[in-house]
Design a protein around this ligand. Structure first.
Ligand code: MEV
Length: 440
């Protein structure tokens, strides 16, 4: 049965829940109870979360874990990670500890430039357009002065505005391609506000331009929007140590390990199927910190994967080499992050996360996120090239299986003891629980 509803957004939260429960479920009372159980008892706090989006009905929990012992440029961090996947936080923590004994993560900022574009159609002489844009360029700046002034005080603002001729791609298509420095804010609102003002200036000045024919005056703005592709807002993270120092309880032959590791990364560099999974492992670390610090993980994902394809072929974001007996692994990713604005001062857990990270600037947060991505990648490749990932992954996943089976405390103890020395599989856990229940 298809049911449309009008005025849904005007209903109260409880009315919305009742409509959903009655429309889609055979046990509406249970659904109502489930959704309201997740409401926070503190009404003020709940209202804060309700108002983040439209049509909120309840809260959707994700665990907030922490990975301690991250040594980044000689400072020790405990990193907040919001993620649902069982083994990610454990892997980050393990990797952090491993590298803390080997000099830690070295990170640096390569660039912080953000990008926005006004996409428009112009039919006429492109040379005349070029001259026109040059002549009105100061107006793009002066007409946005009133809202760029604060950003300028913080050392940011509009860096440049250039005209790009894209008529070889779409007839009559040009861009105003603008670059920005937005300091500690992610800058989406700032950039979009500037762009919309540029487009107004473009249209009004075109009408006044005496060099233009009537056709040329008739510029059509298609859209004005920032780009989430920020290849010049770039951060690098690196770990390195002597090959012999790679040895630990799972790495008995460090030379062989290093060679196999470098080969694994080479495969991700040249083989897109592997590269996607390889980079997914990096994003396990990146996204979880992005979420915990209230940043926009969709923007980061889109930009990072575009960057991974910049050569025209999707490839690994990380690299590794052995040179003169030194193992080095590094990562370069574009990250447009903010530590002010957006959710950063609104969401209590985001505030907590940023405070635990010692109130970083956007540049410091970029480095922390990149180090977490690299740590995650190192942990994944180390497992893949030595023990395989399933042992660790299933060990962490055991709790989920026990919860699914609604295991009692005694059953949990018995199962955990058993799987200390046996391989965890879903079937094996079910089998053991069945056996335990039959014998009780
Ligand atoms: C799982 O979430 C991530 C890995 O698949 C990454 C990788 O294969 O490199 C383990």
């Amino acid at each position: 049965m298809n049911k449309f509803i009008s005025g849904f957004s005007k209903l109260s939260k409880l009315e919305k829940i009742k409509w959903i429960a009655n429309t889609y479920f055979s046990t509406p009372e249970e659904v109502e109870a489930l959704l309201t159980t997740y409401w926070n008892a503190d009404e003020k706090l709940q209202l804060l979360h309700d108002e983040f989006v439209e049509n909120t009905i309840t809260n959707f929990y994700l665990p907030l874990g922490v990975a301690p012992n991250f040594l980044i440029n000689d400072t020790v961090y405990t990193i907040p990670m919001a993620i649902e996947e069982s083994s990610v936080v454990a892997a980050a923590a393990k990797s952090a500890k491993y590298w803390s004994d080997r000099g830690g993560f070295k990170t640096s900022i390569i660039g912080t430039e953000k990008i926005g574009q006004v996409h428009f159609l112009f039919s006429g002489s492109s040379q005349k357009l070029q001259q026109f844009i040059q002549s009105i360029k100061p107006l793009f700046y002066s007409n946005t002065d009133h809202f760029t002034i604060n950003m300028q005080k913080r050392g940011g603002g509009i860096l440049d505005i250039i005209l790009k001729d894209k008529t070889d791609l779409v007839p009559n298509y040009y861009q105003l391609h603008a670059t920005f420095e937005t300091k500690d804010s992610m800058g989406a609102n700032f950039i979009n506000t500037c762009l919309e003002e540029f487009s107004k200036t473009l249209l009004s000045q075109a009408e006044l331009c005496t060099d233009f024919s009537e056709d040329e005056k008739n510029i059509q703005v298609i859209m004005s929007i920032l780009s989430n592709y920020v290849p010049n807002c770039l951060v690098r993270a690196e770990v390195s140590c002597k090959v012999e120092d790679l040895a630990d309880s799972t790495i008995k032959n460090p030379q062989e390990f290093a060679e196999k590791f470098v080969r694994a990364i080479q495969i991700a560099e040249v083989e897109p199927y592997r590269a996607v999974t390889h980079n997914k492992g990096i994003m396990n670390g990146v996204d979880s910190v992005i979420l915990a610090t209230g940043n926009d993980f969709r923007a980061i994902e889109a930009g990072v994967h575009a960057y991974a394809s910049r050569s025209g072929k999707y490839s690994s974001l990380s690299h590794a080499k052995v040179e003169n007996g030194i193992f080095t692994m590094w990562l370069e990713i574009p990250l447009a992050l903010g530590t002010v604005g957006g959710l950063t001062s609104l969401h209590p857990l985001v505030k907590f996360s940023l405070e635990m990270l010692k109130k970083p600037s956007a540049q410091q947060l970029m480095q922390i996120v990149a180090a977490t991505g690299l740590a995650q990648n190192f942990a994944a490749i180390k497992s893949l090239t030595t023990t395989g990932i399933q042992a660790g992954h299933m060990k962490m996943h055991l709790n989920n299986i026990l919860n699914q089976l609604e295991a009692s405390d005694d059953e949990r103890t018995e199962v955990r003891n058993h799987f200390k020395s046996n391989t965890v599989t879903h079937a094996a856990v079910v089998e053991l629980i069945k056996k335990t229940r039959n014998t009780i």
